[in-house]
Design a protein around this ligand. Structure first.
Ligand code: 6PG
Length: 225
């Protein structure tokens, strides 16, 4: 496990931002961004980077709660308010899930179509979070989307949340050149320890032996020993 442990969240976000800027300066063009709370300050930092604004980048939403973009739970909405707070750079593109069509399967298909139109093959970097139950993206334990191998994106009904989600699939995450998992807070330590010990949670299925994967964690989340 390529673990980088940071004294606090500010240091973690600053290091993650440096990594992303450096990858973009080295030619990376497609960056997939997860939702949730951990990465929000990172996206605000990236939104202030003049280096990034000057480079042609496609930002891709990793997954979406099936709500309108102006809903407080929307991942695309959160990215717009952070990464694009100062307006999206002319050289940038934003691939999101269009939940306004009110049909999760159609939203996933439209995302795949947009992906093709943008000429995306594999992602250069995918930024992932990890849930206390070991989910990542909207790949929740026990959901059928974990078995989807022939799609770029898929809809999934998450019983535990009683909600529809749309998400990029496990093969897309595994095929990315680099995975970067952000985890912060004591609630993530148990799951990180179990993943390091070989537990087969979705985050492990999406990263294990998939190539370069970095785990950026704060001290509270860092596995013991
Ligand atoms: C989402 C995310 C999800 C997230 C984890 C961690 O839509 O919620 O894509 O996979 O990354 O749930 O969320 P936190 O960063 O808020 O702990």
């Amino acid at each position: 496990m390529n673990l980088r442990v940071f004294d606090d969240l500010a240091a973690l976000h600053a290091a993650a931002a440096r990594t992303i800027v450096q990858r973009a300066q080295a030619g990376a063009r497609t960056f997939a961004l997860s939702g949730g709370s951990t990465p929000k300050p990172l996206y605000a930092l990236l939104g202030k980077s003049e280096e990034l604004r000057a480079l042609p980048i496609i930002w891709v939403v990793v997954d979406e709660r099936y709500v309108p973009i102006d809903h407080p739970e929307s991942n695309a909405g959160m990215i717009q308010k952070t990464l694009f707070a100062g307006g999206m750079a002319p050289a940038h593109r934003f691939l999101r899930f269009h939940t306004e069509v009110n049909d999760p399967a159609a939203t996933a298909r439209a995302f795949e179509n947009d992906w093709g139109q943008l000429g995306i093959t594999t992602l250069d970097l995918v930024l992932l979070g990890i849930g206390d139950d070991g989910h990542t993206a909207s790949l929740f334990p026990g959901t059928p989307v974990l078995q989807v191998e022939d799609r770029i994106a898929s809809e999934v009904f998450v019983q535990r949340l009683n909600m529809w989600r749309v998400t990029i699939t496990k093969p897309v995450i595994r095929a990315a050149k680099t995975r970067m998992v952000l985890a912060a807070g004591a609630s993530k330590r148990p799951i990180l320890e179990q993943v390091r010990a070989g537990a087969d949670y979705p985050i492990a299925q999406a990263t294990r032996e998939a190539g370069e994967t970095w785990w950026f964690v704060d001290r509270a989340a860092a596995p013991e020993g």
